[in-house]
Design a protein around this ligand. Structure first.
Ligand SMILES: [Mn+2]
Length: 329
């Protein structure tokens, strides 16, 4: 209730509203900002989404009326770039550093700043923003905030929010998915959202080379003897060989979650002299805490960290630590 009131009163007072999301945005960030923008326009606000970079081609279908523009286009449009922004909304992150250096420069000309997010945040931020870590996606939170404005969902908002939630829950499989999530999904479907369409537009655009990479990566699957920890690894060389975007690799680790007995799934990727480790939980294990213990962070069910070293070494050390942590559960 507090968040709905806060959101509503900030929107009531504002006319010029800029919305953004994190850099390298995913469908949750993009879907959330677009739905918010459409809803705010419905109630007569001058709302626009300004991202650090233009939307990637593959996401453009989520933005049929071009709500999202790049920072450069925004500045060109605003001439001096000095227009006062009454309300600056950041969706799907609670860190200004994550919205990009260019977009960050808009913040000083802003009367009010509001984070709408579902990632863990410092207590002092949680108290004065719309941050709810129990939400399956920022899109779910945005759905409830749009309802608080008294705006009815349109089909465009429907696709944006449905896709946000679909992506962030890896197709409704995470423990963050609740009855409320599905009650919102039902309302979005009532606007005309068709699940096969929504699914195929976001997932069904892969190239043959993606399948070849997938084959290579999945055949690298290993696990501890008891199967509790399973992992796969990805090299820069195979990314180049199969010409696959890094973005397309984010979901690869999810394939491990269907292994029998698996508690924690990991993906290791060498990036220069460092290794990025992504963690997924198959259920009740909090991988956010584990990632934190290894210098990173994230959600209970999905988290990551980066560590210096060579991939074989990092795999060995990390798996050993994960086993220790699992033993203490
Ligand atoms: Mn998200």
């Amino acid at each position: 209730m507090r968040m709905k009131n806060l959101f509503k009163s900030l929107c009531d007072k504002a006319q010029n509203i800029v919305i953004t999301t994190h850099i390298q945005p995913d469908a949750d960030g993009i879907g959330s900002e677009i739905a918010l923008c459409l809803a705010l326009r419905e109630i007569g606000k001058n709302a626009i989404c300004v991202n650090e970079e233009p939307l990637l081609e593959r996401y453009k279908y989520l933005d049929p009326i071009d709500c999202v523009i790049s920072y450069s286009d925004y500045i060109a449009q605003e001439k001096e770039g000095k227009a006062t922004v009454d309300l600056f909304i950041v969706a799907d992150t609670n860190s200004l550093a994550r919205i990009g250096a260019k977009v960050q420069s808009l913040v000083p000309n802003t009367k009010n700043l509001l984070f709408i997010d579902h990632h863990p945040a410092p207590k002092e931020l949680e108290a004065i923003h719309c941050i709810d870590t129990t939400m399956a996606a920022t899109g779910e939170l945005v759905g409830s905030l749009i309802e608080a404005l008294g705006v009815s969902f349109t089909k465009e908002m429907g696709y944006a929010l449905y896709t946000a939630i679909l992506i962030d829950t890896s197709s409704f499989r995470y423990p963050t998915v609740t009855g409320n999530t599905h009650r919102l999904i039902a309302k979005l479907m009532d606007t005309g959202v068709e699940p096969p369409q929504a699914y195929n537009k976001i997932y069904g655009t892969k190239k043959i080379t993606y399948m070849q990479l997938l084959g290579r990566v999945l055949s690298s699957t290993s696990s501890t003897a008891d199967g509790r920890v399973a992992w796969l690894s990805l090299t820069e060389e195979s990314l180049e060989k199969f010409d696959v975007d890094t973005e397309d690799t984010h979901g690869l680790v999810n394939h491990l979650l269907i292994l029998d007995n698996v508690k924690v799934a990991c993906m290791f990727r060498q990036i220069g002299s460092a290794v990025k480790i992504s963690f997924r939980s198959a259920g009740d294990i909090d991988v956010g805490v584990m990632a934190q213990a290894l210098g990173g962070g994230g959600h209970d069910h999905s988290a990551a960290t980066v560590t210096e070293g060579q991939i074989e070494d990092v795999i060995e050390k990390t798996v050993r630590k994960l086993e220790l942590m699992l033993d203490q559960k």
